[in-house]
Design a protein around this ligand. Structure first.
Ligand SMILES: [Cu+2]
Length: 325
């Protein structure tokens, strides 16, 4: 550009200013798109749903501190299990090849080796200690909520549905059963199979507030059932004549699904657990309304929390199979 005349240089400047503006415009547009997409993802994750997914081999995303601790413990234990499994398989293969009859016709008569015996005693003891300490910590945490629970809910297993009872000054009790036929789905506004999947959706969900320490009392009315919600990291047997206790503190609002996890009879597969976690204000409004009329309180709550976001989140999480059913 050094050898060009003044006007040409000027035109070049005009051109480069224009292309600079164009680049800036494109960047701004891209950033706007990115921000929009990010906003969409955030909005969707605010309305969150946890349920089993097709071909799932891992855990459902953790929704409580206990489940996060369980996930950590699972990963931590794998650091011991995998090397031990590899070592044992390696030793087996080595013995099979190195000491096979063809290569080793006269077997050794060695019966004792002090060093090896000390090693294979002390080694496992250390491994077990490393696993036992965090395991006991987790077990203790599962029985001892860090704060005093501010709410108590009792879940009673029946053949084949659940009763939920809120133990407050103004108690509330209702039954929660699987949604089987299309007619009741339509009546309750739960036709969306991504959000209300087959064999997991119920007529009346257990509704609890977010970020609240809740004590759950579990018992059975007829046979042994089990109250289990994977995303919360709880699985508590519902034994007739006995009250078991567990606790949750859910960190994200959303719809969480679990199932009875103790064979309890012919309809065992048809007694799901659905927990709707909402904000404290939404819970208070719902609780007041539910004492007068549960059905309309649930519908009002659904209108407040169910939106396109919730469905999108459920679909994004890979729960499309339910919709295809
Ligand atoms: Cu069962």
């Amino acid at each position: 550009m050094g050898g060009r005349c003044g006007p040409c240089r000027g035109r070049d400047n005009v051109h480069s200013n224009e292309s600079l503006r164009e680049i800036k415009r494109v960047i701004r547009k891209r950033f706007a798109c990115l921000a929009g997409a990010l906003g969409g993802v955030l909005a969707a994750s605010a309305a969150y749903a946890a349920q089993p997914r097709p071909w799932e081999t891992g855990f459902q995303p953790a929704a409580t501190p206990i489940m996060s601790q369980i996930e950590w413990f699972n990963d931590y234990t794998l650091w011991f299990i995998i090397p031990i499994a590899l070592l044992v398989v390696g030793l087996l293969l080595w013995c099979m090849i190195r000491f096979r009859a063809g290569r080793n016709p006269v077997p050794s008569r060695t019966a004792h080796n002090t060093v090896i015996e000390v090693l294979w005693t002390v080694g496992p003891v250390i491994v077990l200690l490393c696993i036992a300490v965090p395991s006991f910590q987790l077990l203790t945490a599962q029985y001892n909520p860090p704060q005093k629970p501010t709410m108590t809910v009792k879940a009673t297993g029946n053949q084949w549905n659940w009763d939920y009872e809120y133990e407050t000054a103004k108690p509330l009790k209702f039954n929660s059963a699987v949604l089987i036929d299309e007619k009741s789905r339509v009546a309750l506004g739960k036709q969306n199979l991504a959000e209300y999947p087959r064999l997991l959706a119920v007529d009346h969900e257990l509704v609890v507030p977010v970020d609240t320490t809740i004590r759950i009392l579990v018992t059975g009315a007829d046979v042994i059932h089990s109250f289990s919600v994977p995303a919360f990291g709880i699985k508590t047997d519902a034994v007739p004549g006995r009250v078991n206790e567990t606790w949750i503190k859910v960190e994200k609002p959303g719809l969480y699904y679990g199932q009875c996890s103790q064979l309890c009879g012919k309809d065992h597969a048809f007694m799901p657990i659905a927990v709707r976690v909402v904000t404290k204000d939404q819970f208070d409004t719902w609780y007041k309304a539910a004492q007068a009329d549960l059905e309309s309180a649930n519908k009002a709550l659904m209108a407040a929390v169910d939106g396109k976001n919730n469905v999108a989140a459920a679909t994004r999480a890979g729960n499309v199979v339910a919709a295809a059913d």
